[in-house]
Design a protein around this ligand. Structure first.
Ligand code: PEP
Length: 259
C-alpha cells in the first residue's frame, strides 16, 4: 500500500532447537522459490533467538537467500557491564537488519516501560538496525473503547522528542495484546482503524514523508487464511507473525497469500 514494500516478519520467540531453526530457513527458502513468490513485492524476515542468528547469517549470506533477518530484542546500552544483554552493535555485526522493540511479552514479563522502549529504539538506530516498534492495547482497553488513545500514547512516549531523522527505517507493529497467541484476531476494520490512527499520529510526530514511508504491520494470531484480508487494508503493510511462522510450509503459504 502507498508504494511501501510489504513485510512479513516471523517472530520465532523462544522456540525451535538449533537444527530446527536452520531447517526452517532452508525449507522456507525452497518453498518460496517453489511458489514463485515475488520477493520484490513482499519482503520476508525471520527473527530467531539470539543463539541462532549466527547460523541464520551463514545460511542467508552463504547461499544468498532472499530473506532478511533480525532479533527479538536488544540492549539499550552499547557495551559494558550489562550481564546477559546483547547490544545493537553485536546484532549489526551479525548482519541483522531488524530488531523488535517493546514486544508485549517484553513489556509484560520483563517490565519494559515506554522510556526503556524509547532508549532501545535509539540503540537500534545507532547501529543501523531498523527498529520494529510494537504497540498494542490489552483486552480491558479494547472493551472500554479507549484502545486508540492507549496505543497512540505508547507511540507518543516511544518517539518523544524524536524527529524523522532520528528514526530512519522505523517500522511499527500494531499487536493487540488480546490477539497474541490466543487465536483471536483483530478483523480488517479493527486493524485498519488503528493503522490509520497510527499513520496520522506519525505524520504529526515525524512529518508526512516519514509517515507515508513507514511500514505498519499487524500482528496477533495471523494465519495463512486470514492474512490476505489484513494486508489488503490500505494502511496495513504486512504482518508480524508468531506461531504461524514456525512451520516452513505453513509460513510459505501465509506469505504467498499475503502478496
Ligand atoms: C507475535 O508474537 O508478535 C505474534 C503476533 O504472535 P502470534 O502470531 O502467535 O499471535
Amino acid at each position: 500500500a502507498g508504494g511501501r514494500r510489504r513485510l512479513i516478519a516471523g517472530n520465532w520467540k523462544m522456540n525451535l532447537d538449533h537444527f530446527e531453526a536452520l531447517t526452517l530457513v532452508q525449507k522456507l527458502d525452497w518453498a518460496l522459490r517453489d511458489a514463485k513468490v515475488d520477493l520484490d513485492a513482499v519482503e520476508v524476515a525471520v527473527l530467531p533467538p539470539f543463539t541462532d542468528i549466527r547460523s541464520v547469517q551463514t545460511l542467508v549470506q552463504g547461499d544468498k537467500l532472499a530473506l532478511s533477518y533480525g532479533a527479538q530484542d536488544l540492549s539499550a546500552h552499547d557495551s559494558g557491564a550489562y550481564t546477559g544483554e546483547v547490544s545493537g552493535q553485536f546484532l549489526r555485526r551479525l548482519g541483522c537488519e531488524y530488531v523488535l522493540v517493546g514486544h508485549s511479552e517484553r513489556r509484560e514479563h520483563h517490565g519494559e516501560d515506554d522510556a526503556l522502549v524509547r532508549s532501545k529504539i535509539l540503540a537500534a538506530v545507532r547501529h543501523e538496525l531498523a527498529p520494529v516498534l510494537c504497540v498494542g492495547e490489552g483486552l480491558e482497553s479494547r472493551q472500554s473503547g479507549d484502545h486508540v488513545a492507549v496505543v497512540l500514547a505508547q507511540l507518543d512516549a516511544a518517539l518523544e522528542g524524536l524527529g524523522a531523522d532520528d528514526v530512519p527505517g522505523l517500522v511499527l507493529a500494531y499487536e493487540p495484546v488480546w490477539a497474541i497467541g490466543t487465536g483471536e484476531t483483530a478483523g480488517p476494520e479493527e486493524a485498519g482503524e488503528m493503522a490509520t490512527a497510527l499513520r496520522g499520529r506519525l505524520e504529526t510526530l515525524l512529518g508526512a514523508p516519514a509517515a507515508q514511508a513507514t511500514r505498519i504491520l499487524y500482528g496477533g494470531s495471523v494465519k495463512a487464511e486470514s492474512v490476505a484480508e489484513i494486508v489488503a487494508v490500505p494502511d496495513v503493510d504486512g504482518a508480524l507473525v508468531g506461531g504461524a511462522s514456525l512451520d516452513p510450509a505453513g509460513f510459505a503459504s501465509l506469505i504467498t497469500a499475503a502478496h
